[in-house]
Design a protein around this ligand. Structure first.
Ligand SMILES: NC(=O)C1=CN([C@@H]2O[C@H](COP(=O)(O)OP(=O)(O)OC[C@H]3O[C@@H](n4cnc5c(N)ncnc54)[C@H](OP(=O)(O)O)[C@@H]3O)[C@@H](O)[C@H]2O)[C@H](O)CC1
Ligand SMILES: [K+]
Length: 498
């Protein structure tokens, strides 16, 4: 699914209005209906609803929603912030449609800012994608009062005060529990810095023309079920274990064999035919007894990796989980990436080693997959001042080094060398716990070995990992979930997507 900036969404609106054709007021009606449908399935008419509007089209949506909820027997109080006489045409039409139905309380001065009584659901329709500057004055007073009221807020399209496509410096922004956005996700939703201004967000379809969406170019996409489903490889009837690839994972050191074990189990559960674990000797018994399905290639080093073996017979190589940064390990990493000569997966200490020895970047096979968490990415690419700048750095790093970067976090983002970025939509905060990264490395390595091209191994791996986390959380809850739970749910995650 494409993520598009406000300007391009406006083009799509205009195209739909012209070519469907549909009057813009009817498109607003359709948007308000879609919002109302979402709202009425979540909140019953026993709730009192307060709708706060601006006077642009977001405000027009708010008026139409107020009318629709009133028809459905919700008790609705309605306010419009009117600093000047100007209002959008569709706002004015909706204002007329409300005559005799609901009174619109005008907020024209600070004295008229409502006192929000508790227990209301507040619908935020002050500004949408037309926000053009920081919020101040009367608008700021209202937003502060809304945020301080303790009420559940639902934002229409996007929280008022939040810029859809760039960093929002001001903190005068509505803090909704839910955002219900129209058809196309906004880039701001994927930035961790905005989490309190987005809440749980939902996309509702308002029937914008598909051909108009296709016409608009974008480098940003959201990974969805449909996409991943279409990329999953099927198992052939006459397959044997060799058909599903041979993977080699170089992982572990004294005290960090858990990382190697998690990575191994995840690779196997993701479906690799044959897995070999290249680990230091201290991990031999652990690996053989805990993961009997894996073959073990013990290193000469007792406590950390000191060399590498014949890598030519492997389809995929994953390296990094728990390897530490001893000098011999650094040398073997430097050499093995070149000896392997095909795209591989590098994680954790493997990335820290690269950050210390940047010459390795020059010899990485094209489309190698790097899977940093934000701190590791900072070591590779330097600091950023906000998440939009981080995104710029991510895109630049992937294209300059001809690598695929999987930047882990809520909405893990996958940057390709082409400049495209895919944001994940699966997963939950319970996954922010030790070892989940090792699981992801195992999964992506496994998919590479099974013949997925690097770009698809990254996308499918990240999405599946998130689904496994979501399924695990249904059983364990988010707080008590651990990385091993994720592994147990990989098979279900496959079933779920198919
Ligand atoms: N396809 C769709 O998604 C559809 C969306 N709809 C809804 O329309 C809004 C966008 O509506 P628009 O009228 O373009 O913009 P807004 O309602 O967000 O607000 C514009 C007015 O607000 C003024 N403004 C902007 N920033 C500020 C500020 N900081 N302080 C005060 N006033 C501000 C702006 O003034 P300008 O001086 O910048 O012109 C405008 O007067 C979208 O979000 C959806 O909710 C349609 O209903 C259906 C299709
Ligand atoms: K809004």
């Amino acid at each position: 699914m494409k993520i598009l900036p406000a300007g391009q969404i406006r083009n799509i609106d205009a195209y739909t209005i012209k070519n469907e054709p549909i009057r813009s007021i009817d498109l607003m009606e359709r948007a308000a209906k879609a919002f109302t449908r979402w709202f009425t399935t979540r909140f019953s008419p026993k709730y009192q609803v307060t709708v706060i509007c601006g006077t642009g089209n977001n405000g027009g949506d708010g008026l139409a929603v107020a009318r629709m909820l009133n028809e459905k027997n919700y008790k609705v109080s309605l306010y419009a912030i009117k600093k000047s006489a100007s209002a959008s045409d569709d706002f004015k039409i909706n204002e007329k449609r409300l005559e005799g139905l609901i009174h619109i309380n005008k907020i024209t001065s600070p004295g008229e800012v409502p006192e929000f009584s508790t227990g209301h659901i507040v619908i935020d329709a002050i500004f949408g994608s037309g926000l053009s500057r920081d919020v101040e004055g009367l608008y700021a007073d209202v937003i502060r009062a809304m945020n301080n009221s303790g009420n559940t807020i639902v934002s229409i399209d996007i929280a008022s005060g939040l810029f859809a496509d760039r960093h929002t410096f001001s903190d005068i922004v509505v803090k909704p529990e839910f955002t219900v956005s129209f058809q196309i996700p906004k880039l701001a939703f994927f930035m961790p810095e905005n989490s309190r201004y987005v809440g749980d967000w939902y996309i509702v379809d308002i029937g914008l023309m598909q051909e108009a969406i296709e016409k608009e170019a974008s480098d940003y996409f959201m990974l969805t079920d449909g996409f991943v489903k279409s990329e999953l490889k099927k198992r052939e009837k006459f397959a044997h274990k060799g058909t599903h690839g041979r993977a080699l994972v170089m992982a572990g050191s004294y005290g960090k064999m858990g990382a190697a074990v998690l990575c191994a189990k995840a690779a196997l559960r993701t479906g690799v035919g044959l897995l070999t674990m290249n680990i230091p000797r201290c991990g031999y018994n652990i690996m053989q007894s805990v993961v009997p399905e894996a073959m073990v290639l013990p290193d000469e080093g007792d406590h950390f990796l000191t060399s590498y073996g014949d890598v030519s017979k492997f389809d995929a190589l994953g390296i990094g989980p728990g390897i530490g940064q001893e000098q011999e390990t650094v040398y073997s990493l430097m050499q093995v990436v070149q000896a392997f000569g095909k795209p591989l997966v590098i994680d954790a200490d493997g990335l820290n080693i690269i950050a210390q020895h940047r010459e390795i970047l020059e010899v990485l096979p094209s489309k190698t997959i790097l899977t940093p968490h934000p701190k590791e990415f900072e070591r590779l690419a330097g600091k950023w001042s906000d998440d939009f700048e981080r995104l710029e750095k991510l895109v630049a790093f992937a294209s300059e080094n001809d690598v695929i970067v999987v930047l882990k976090g809520a909405h893990t983002s996958i940057a390709l060398p082409t400049g495209e970025v895919y944001f994940n939509s699966s997963g939950n905060p319970g996954m922010a716990s030790g070892g989940t990264g090792d699981v992801l490395t195992g999964m992506i390595t496994s998919l590479l070995a099974q013949g997925y091209l690097p770009e698809y191994a990254a996308k499918v791996g990240v999405y599946l990992h998130g689904v496994a986390g979501d399924l695990a959380a249904e059983v364990t809850g988010q707080i008590g979930m651990i990385a091993s739970d994720l592994i147990d749910f990989i098979p279900d995650a496959y079933q779920n997507i198919r």
